[in-house]
Design a protein around this ligand. Structure first.
Ligand code: NAP
Ligand code: MG
Length: 498
């Protein structure tokens, strides 16, 4: 978190890295929220064919923000047809340097309008404004810049191979980083010459729609980026659509499996970025102050709604009492409350349903005899809030150790040896992230070769960079986003033969 008294935290570093892009925030009136939003298809905003709408809610107070069109199969058909036309008539054969211009323009416009995006993201999703401002929006712009830079250099992306675009890509995104996940998806897809139909999450559709508006402002040709808002059924219609050549999904493992089955029917290309149950492994030689900040950032950043959250803490026995004592004191300092307040560390839980789910996990652990320690700070009277929580007295088989809680809840276990730490860390069906805290370089290497995770951070956590491939193993999915590896997911590759 950016508020920590220690400057040396992962998020503080991250914020510094992207500080150039960071706006300063004013009030909620910086963004003009309309009472009603339509679908964005073929460069036009329009209602769903059947006129259906849903409500998007402000998690900070539980109130209605706006009505949003709920796309059905017929609207997905229209969007896929528009994307196909744009692919065949404009985008596929456009020189990479020209495609790059549109992406650079979008990145710059996003910087120019970054306050608006940050405030809207916070209102619609509940995350602290400091995170939207210093992480989500600047990192989204950074992804657009990074991929714009690749658009005219794709022949160098995969040595020995030539790449051509795949075609129409269906992209489905979650609610935890609504704008950032959209940027992660559309930037490589468009840079590689594909056109897109995007289905953002139901609880957080507004910044994706604002980005589509911004794309039009950047002059992006109609049909290159289409947004069909809606619920799970809208996403299912997109994933199963015969006109879609590739599906890119970020979301839960359960829905990811359903999409895998649907796409397998047609042989549609697929990448899946799914859930996680990341472990922080803290050895007794670790720099404890830094480890505390990394652990706090790893699980309380974005209310713990983070796929790669360090939701399990594995601590070596000899330092367990001291580390837990420090963590308990540290969470008392976290300010939970109004996401639009610049001093807030932990904002609102994204939805009432998610709040109930988090409560369910913690209640079950308590009923099973685990010790639950929570911050004693008062929570706001309305809206969806959950206090920073640390759960101890766990054996490892409890749901809270195995399932993705996706909330500000840390499950703690201890270990004695390196081998035991690896066994415990790997005792999960997921494989997205892990963190190792130790002063010994050889131990970092030894551990990182054995931890089954797509990303292993050493003495840090939650570091992201557009140039660095991100993705999972096992039930955390497959495929990578970011870096050259992420580009390959949006290209059809053939060997270069002389
Ligand atoms: P989710 O319920 O799986 O939903 C993700 C997206 O899929 C939403 O747009 C959702 O629409 C849509 N969807 C729901 N049912 C569908 C279906 N049957 N077919 C097609 N699409 C469908 O996940 P979430 O609750 O939004 O997000 C949290 C999950 O995302 C967590 O598990 C988290 O770990 C994961 N995540 C992973 C990464 C990563 O990079 N690995 C990054 C961020 C988040 P609705 O919103 O209408 O339900
Ligand atoms: Mg909302």
């Amino acid at each position: 978190m950016t508020t920590t008294p220690h400057d040396d935290t992962a998020t503080a570093n991250l914020a510094r890295t992207f500080a150039d892009y960071a706006p300063s925030i004013e009030g909620r009136d910086i963004v003009a929220i309309r009472p009603r939003y339509g679908l964005m298809i073929d460069g036009e905003e329009r209602d769903a064919r059947d006129g259906a709408v849903f409500s998007t809610i402000e998690p900070a107070n539980g109130e209605h923000i706006a009505e949003v069109a709920e796309g059905a199969a017929a609207d997905v058909d229209d969007a896929v047809a528009a994307a196909r036309r744009a692919y065949e008539t404009v985008w596929r054969d456009m020189p990479g340097r020209t495609r790059a211009k549109y992406l650079f323009r979008m990145a710059r416009l996003l910087q120019d309008r970054s306050r608006e995006f940050a405030v809207l993201e916070t209102i619609d999703g509940g995350k602290p404004i400091r995170e939207s401002r210093d992480v989500d929006v600047p990192l989204a712009a950074a992804h657009l810049f990074y991929h714009a830079g690749w658009a005219d250099k794709l022949e160098y992306a995969v040595p020995g191979m030539t790449g051509r675009p795949i075609g129409v890509v269906g992209q489905i995104t979650p609610w935890n980083f609504p704008l950032l996940m959209v940027a992660w998806k559309i930037a490589p897809a468009l840079a590689c010459g594909n056109t897109v139909v995007l289905k953002p999450a139901e609880t957080t559709p507004l910044t994706a729609l604002l980005l589509a508006e911004l794309a039009a402002e950047a002059g992006l040709p109609p049909g290159v980026l289409n947004v069909v808002t809606g619920a799970g059924a809208t996403g299912a219609a997109l994933a199963a659509h015969p006109g879609v050549d590739k599906v890119a999904f970020t979301g839960s493992t359960e829905v990811g499996k359903a999409i895998r089955r649907a796409t397998a029917e047609r042989g549609t290309r697929l990448t899946l970025e799914l859930g996680g149950k990341g472990a922080h492994v803290v050895f007794d030689d670790a720099a404890l102050d830094q480890a505390v900040e990394g652990i706090v950032d790893g699980i309380f950043f974005n209310q713990g709604h983070v796929c790669c959250a360090g939701s399990r803490l594995l601590v070596q026995e000899g330092i367990a009492d001291e580390l837990l004592d420090r963590l308990r004191r540290r969470i008392e300092l976290l300010r939970v409350g109004d996401p639009l307040d610049k001093n807030t560390d932990v904002g609102a839980i994204n939805s009432h349903a998610q709040l109930e789910r988090i409560r369910g996990f913690v209640d079950e652990a308590r009923d099973d005899g685990a010790q639950v320690h929570q911050s004693t700070r008062a929570l706001p009277g309305k809206g969806f809030y959950f206090p920073p929580t640390i759960v101890t007295g766990l054996g490892g088989s409890e749901a809270i150790c195995r399932e993705e809680v996706f909330g500000p809840v840390l499950a703690v276990q201890t270990f004695r040896t390196e081998a035991e730490a690896v066994a415990r860390a790997n005792a999960t069906r997921y494989g997205l992230s892990a963190g190792v805290w130790t002063e010994k370089g050889s131990r970092i290497l030894w551990m990182s070769q054995r931890l089954r995770a797509g990303v292993v951070w050493a003495n840090s956590f939650n570091r992201f960079d557009p140039a660095s491939p991100f993705g999972g193993l096992r039930e955390s999915g497959f495929g990578r986003e970011g870096g050259r590896q992420g580009l390959q997911e949006y290209l059809t590759l053939s060997p270069v033969t002389a």
